[in-house]
Write a protein of this length. Structure first.
Length: 77
């Protein structure tokens, strides 16, 4: 078991990964009717697919925050 403390942006990366996964599943669901020949889903389903990009941005912000704070720790400020 690891005893190292969590980094500053770890929580943002975890939340971003969850949001990204929800968006990825929504994308697969909204694309499925194209291959199955059924009626397409309502517009809200396509809006939920946009969570994939939002999750990517949240995770990226977590990485940037971790790097930013680790660099400030190394410089002693």
């Amino acid at each position: 078991m690891s005893t190292t403390p969590s980094g500053a942006g770890d929580r943002l990366v975890q939340v971003g990964a969850i949001v990204f996964f929800i968006g990825a599943v929504a994308t697969l669901v909204t694309v499925a009717p194209l291959f199955l020949g059924t009626d397409p889903f309502p517009t809200i389903a396509y809006a939920v697919s946009m969570l994939m990009g939002v999750g990517f941005l949240i995770a990226g912000a977590g990485v940037v925050r971790s790097v930013w704070l680790s660099r400030s720790d190394l410089s002693g400020t």
